[in-house]
Design a protein around this ligand. Structure first.
Ligand code: XUL
Length: 541
């Protein structure tokens, strides 16, 4: 094909649907996003989510996803995007969420009318068995998680699927539909993850999930790369196997683009669709976490840490082990902590005059000996570590004695808080056997605080790089399309880093470790973890 190749990535996240187009030099050509709550207000979601106050369930309307795609593509056409130059597409989707297809769904996918938009064709009977997708924010499946862990065993579940039973994980969501909404379950011919769902529109037929996104389901055996049949039957009876396609490697070419997009928008008929993946695996790729030793930290509403593991794997009951989205032999560890930005906000209000600059100066004020004070801040029941207390506990001195938070100076409180968050991140990494870190790449709102980044540099004892981007998942999606495309061209799997080398110019070096403090924190981390283990026993989840 004699054209300048372009690569398209999509990201269907909780609050928005984004597209990003890169050229062959990975330069940005086009970016756009649909914000669900403001661009599509008629679905009446709150930031993309419908929350049922009676049942506590969280859903997103499937038609909203489809209408957002119609809008994105129409805008691209209006702006004159050269669709015919796009050679490869991949995508990212909020992990764990699921879409339930009805009996006519696949027929429609194969026979879309290019004179019409997608929305008008999908808004019909029997296309979906349910017009609402349960999403990752739903936590109404505790009963099924407990049942699963009791019958199957927690240790075995971690060993086989990489995670213990989590409410948002798709298998437990499917179980709820199987038991509580059996009419929907019976009418469902195929279940897609949210990422897979978008790939199905582009492909014109049902598609598989990739190994990495499938790892967030509590159904997929991350060792054999196959569904675990016992888990399938525990979660959806005898028929679940028929409603799911076997997952495929993350660089898999699924096929060529659906004729609908060729005729309606002018896509090239040889444009290749590569399997889509979850937002966490895609963010890892987009952040540049491309070999073990590089660690990604996202400091958002939740604090999330992830890294690659080179074949050695150690399951951890508080975190998740996914198949790597870059190489089917490797793994990706991920730990999400609920008590992130909201706790920092609260302490800013209470002890930092509600001003980030004051917080920053309190963190920098080191004229105090706070060697023996540790703080533990769990405003919400925490999933990592599993601890259920809203109280804060402070300890001081050789005998580990609880002390009143109010008795501390503001700078002590603030330093305790930020250090404890960094300690928890470091401990979660160590629990997966990762001791040495080459560099940390940080993103997210709280990464604005330089003093916090310095604390992280000293506790992780490595350089900290920062990326200011809301677009890591969609960037990862395009990179995956690019990687898949060149593996296909070369006729064999080729390492990601050979195709997209790590580019230090994209990052800002923001903190380097102070060796004196790094040494001190190394000792303090041990004490912090001893107290933490006592608290975990005292306040079980
Ligand atoms: C991770 C998780 C969220 C979703 C939505 O396990 O539930 O990060 O992927 O972003």
């Amino acid at each position: 094909m004699n054209v300048t190749p372009l690569f398209l990535g999509l990201d269907l996240s909780t609050q928005s649907f984004k597209v990003l187009l890169l050229d062959n030099n990975l330069t940005k050509i086009y970016f756009d996003s649909i914000i669900f709550s403001s661009d599509l207000p008629h679905y009446k979601t709150e930031n993309g989510v419908l929350h049922n106050n009676e049942t506590n369930e969280c859903f997103s309307p499937v038609l909203m996803f489809i209408e957002a795609l119609d809008l994105l593509l129409t805008r691209m056409k209006k702006k004159g995007v050269p669709f015919e130059n796009i050679v490869a597409i991949s995508g990212s989707g909020q992990q764990h969420g699921s879409v339930y297809w009805g009996s006519e769904g696949e027929n429609l996918l194969k026979d879309l009318d290019y004179n019409k938009c997608l929305l008008s064709q999908f808004d019909k009977k029997d296309i979906f068995s349910c017009f609402y997708a349960p999403i990752w924010m739903d936590s109404t499946t505790t009963k099924y998680c407990t049942e699963l862990e009791n019958v199957y065993g927690i240790e075995k579940l971690c060993e086989v699927t990489g995670s213990r039973a989590f409410e948002r994980f798709t298998g437990n969501q499917i179980k709820k539909i199987y038991i509580e909404k059996n009419d929907i379950y019976c009418k469902t011919v195929h279940i897609s993850l949210i990422s897979t769902f978008i790939s199905e529109l582009f492909l014109g037929k049902f598609a598989p999930a990739d190994y990495s996104d499938a790892s967030g389901m509590n159904l997929f055996n991350i060792n054999t790369k196959k569904w675990d049949f016992e888990l399938l039957s525990l979660s959806g009876g005898d028929f679940l196997n028929k409603k799911l396609l076997p997952p495929v490697p993350s660089t898999q070419l699924l096929g060529l683009i659906n004729q609908y997009f060729v005729k309606k928008y002018g896509f090239n008929k040889i444009c290749e669709i590569f399997v889509f993946s979850g937002d966490n695996p895609c963010s890892m790729v987009g952040l540049g976490i491309t070999h073990p030793g590089i660690v990604g930290i996202s400091l958002g509403t939740s604090d999330t840490i992830f890294s690659l593991l080179n074949k050695k794997r150690k399951s951890n009951i508080e975190g998740h082990l996914f198949t790597s989205p870059l190489n089917e032999d490797d793994f990706m560890m991920m730990v999400c902590m609920k008590n992130g930005a909201l706790v920092r906000e609260k302490y800013k209000r209470l002890y930092g005059e509600n001003d980030w600059e004051i917080v920053e100066s309190l963190l920098k004020n080191e004229n105090i000996d706070r060697k023996q004070i540790f703080g533990y801040f769990f405003e919400y029941p925490e999933i990592c570590p599993l601890i259920n207390t809203r109280d804060f506990a402070y300890f001081k001195g050789e005998n580990i004695k609880e002390i009143e938070i109010e008795s501390l100076k503001n700078e002590e409180i603030m330093q305790c808080l930020y250090e404890s968050k960094a300690f928890l991140l470091k401990l979660s990494l160590e629990s997966f056997g990762i001791q040495q870190v080459e560099k940390v790449i940080i993103t997210g709102g709280s990464s604005k605080s330089k003093a916090f980044l310095q604390i992280i540099a000293d506790i992780f004892n490595c350089d900290i790089y920062k990326v200011d981007s809301e677009e890591t998942a969609v960037l990862g999606a395009v990179y995956r399309a690019y990687h898949g495309y060149y593996c296909e061209k070369l006729g064999k799997f080729t390492d990601f880093e050979k195709i997209i080398p790590f580019d230090p110019c994209k990052y800002e070096l923001i903190a380097t470790p102070n060796q004196k403090r790094a040494l001190r924190f190394k000792e303090l981390l041990i004490e912090f973890s001893v107290i933490l283990n006592e608290l975990i026993l005292k306040f079980p989840y």
